[in-house]
Design a binder for this molecule. Sequence first.
Ligand SMILES: Cc1cc2nc3c(=O)[nH]c(=O)nc-3n(C[C@H](O)[C@H](O)[C@H](O)COP(=O)(O)O)c2cc1C
Length: 253
Amino acid sequence: MEELISKEELYQTIFKRKSIRKYHQDKLSGDQLQSIMDFLNEAKALDSEINFEAQIVDSDQVKSLIPIKAPHYLQFFSEEKGDYLLNAGFILQQLDLYLAANNLGSCWFGMAKPKKEIIADSDLEYVITLVFGRAAEDNHRDSIEDFERKTLSEIKSGSDYYDLLEAARLAPSATNGQPWYFKVGAKQIHVFQHQPNFIKKFFYEKMNRIDMGITLSHLWLAAEEHGYKFKFEKYSYDPALVEGYNYLGTVKI
Ligand SMILES: Cc1cc2nc3c(=O)[nH]c(=O)nc-3n(C[C@H](O)[C@H](O)[C@H](O)COP(=O)(O)O)c2cc1C
């Protein structure tokens, strides 16, 4: 299939995207919705052995304590195997960038739950929702200074691969928690996930894993853009220790 958008364009969008929570309520066309599904089905997976499916529904199919009123809700379901939450974050973040690159708004919606019938209807496990539509607020950031993020020195040690880590740094995350840490080695970057305390664990365990997939997708796009390889693996031992964080895996570049 012809590429719906270049990886370079997705990469460039990392530096201007933002979460959109105000939408025009008119629906996108059938063709636009189809392109969105086509893009998702062609997106790169971290683990292509894990099946997933998505459906686009209206607000009446969604429950949430703190709603976001949008014309469309994409509910993502996955086979519950391997690191499926990581894989889901990795895949769906490409869609978040695709939507922003096409001048549409989108927002990850971890607070949402599908209606019971929808969950019962699917053989796969419900993972998360992404809302989208025509933005009724400014859709892009003007500069990197407009991102509220930790500094690079707070999230990494080692001096190489600035471009890769800068893209990873700007990734969105649930409640902007940014649960990642990177330790740079020779031709590899070890990736760590913040260990939530006992109270936060209940809510954040699932979201943080999705966040890690999101940051890995930014790292992958940056690797593509700057001519590096990208192979994500997990060593059977911890290659390094970072206090307060758990080892997640290693990107070989
Ligand atoms: C896994 C995940 C879940 C999220 N859930 C919600 C949500 O339920 N409601 C909401 O308003 N924003 C949600 N967000 C959006 C984040 O709050 C937002 O990405 C973060 O504050 C960074 O801001 P930015 O995306 O504008 O750069 C979620 C983001 C992620 C990655």
